[in-house]
Ligand binder design. Structure first.
Ligand code: ZN
Length: 66
């Protein structure tokens, strides 16, 4: 028994170009773009993790004033 994993032409769910793919999803171009975007997001999340601390301080001060 042989598992057929040869790419067949399918429409990319992101850019709607038809490209040979092994599984329905996004084309190789979009996959690379999404991967680049994902690694960018990871860095943004790391930076964002520090932001709440900055935002909490002014609110805590404002509550004391009331
Ligand atoms: Zn695409």
């Amino acid at each position: 028994m042989e598992l057929d994993l040869s790419p067949i032409p399918m429409e990319c769910m992101r850019c709607h170009r038809t490209e040979p793919m092994r599984f329905y999803g996004v084309c190789t171009t979009c996959r690379a773009e999404l991967q680049a975007a994902f690694s960018r997001d990871e860095r943004e999340i790391e930076v964002a993790a520090y932001e709440p601390k900055v935002n909490v301080t002014p609110n805590a001060v404002a509550l004391k004033d009331d």
